[in-house]
Design a protein around this ligand. Structure first.
Ligand code: AMP
Length: 219
């Protein structure tokens, strides 16, 4: 199924989890600048080293770097549609995406906004574990492996993200409020914005998202 969608929402709103469920169910390729940058850091590349501190502080990486990442990704994989998890996060990123897609003679189908309360964010971030190898995300509660939790998909180590710290979270939330919130009216004006209650369990949220994806005709 060929769809082009962006998943937006605060840290811990479930973007990564839903992106993964979308790709498993519909086969739409997913990408996430945050995951790419964490991988670059683990590999010790110049990009990873340049951005590691920014991620650690909870700031946003420069628009220029992020837009280049997305442009490269679209050139290589964009022909089958996409799910962007955590992109765009600023107005200049959203505007650049529009021009890149216009150049490719295509457009976004859906902008899905996962709305969550601050309490949900805090609870999820405090209990989040992520696979260091494939990025699968789960919670301490559902990871039923006491000593050395491993990923159910690839056996990689389940670890805490080093920006999932309460002081860093405060910064990430404030970046979200000031730089990402304006995207709601940007996509609202384009009539492609859909707000979904992300406080519910992952399956319930996913069934709402699936209905939206299935309702959109392929371009
Ligand atoms: P995420 O994995 O989406 O929570 O992103 C982790 C971190 O990567 C963010 O806190 C930012 O530092 C950086 N990042 C991810 N996506 C973007 C983006 N679209 N624009 C700027 N920085 C980003």
């Amino acid at each position: 199924m060929k769809r082009r969608l962006v998943l937006l929402g605060a840290p811990g709103s479930g973007k990564g989890t839903q992106a993964e469920m979308i790709t498993r169910q519909f086969g739409i390729p997913v990408t996430s600048p945050g995951a790419i940058l964490r991988r670059e850091k683990d590999l010790g590349t110049p990009l990873g080293q340049e951005t590691a501190e920014v991620l650690q502080r909870g700031d946003l990486v420069s628009d220029k770097i992020i837009i280049e990442l997305i442009e490269d990704w679209l050139r290589l994989h964009g022909g089958h549609g996409f799910v962007f998890d955590g992109f765009p996060r600023t107005l200049p990123q959203a505007e650049s995406l529009m021009s890149i897609l216009a150049r490719l003679r295509t457009a976004l189908d859906l902008a899905i906004w996962l709305e969550v309360s601050e309490q949900t964010v805090r609870d999820r971030i405090a209990g989040r574990l992520q696979c260091g190898a494939c990025g699968f995300t789960t919670s301490v509660k559902s990871a039923k492996f006491a000593e050395r939790p491993v990923c159910p998909y690839c056996d990689g180590p389940l670890v805490r993200r080093n920006d999932d710290d309460m002081a860093v979270l405060q910064k990430r939330l404030s970046e979200f409020e000031t730089k990402t919130q304006p995207l709601a009216s940007f996509y609202g004006k384009m009539s492609i914005l859909h707000r979904i209650d992300g406080n519910r369990d992952r399956e319930t949220v996913f069934s709402d998202i699936s209905r939206l994806i299935e309702g959109k005709a392929s371009a």
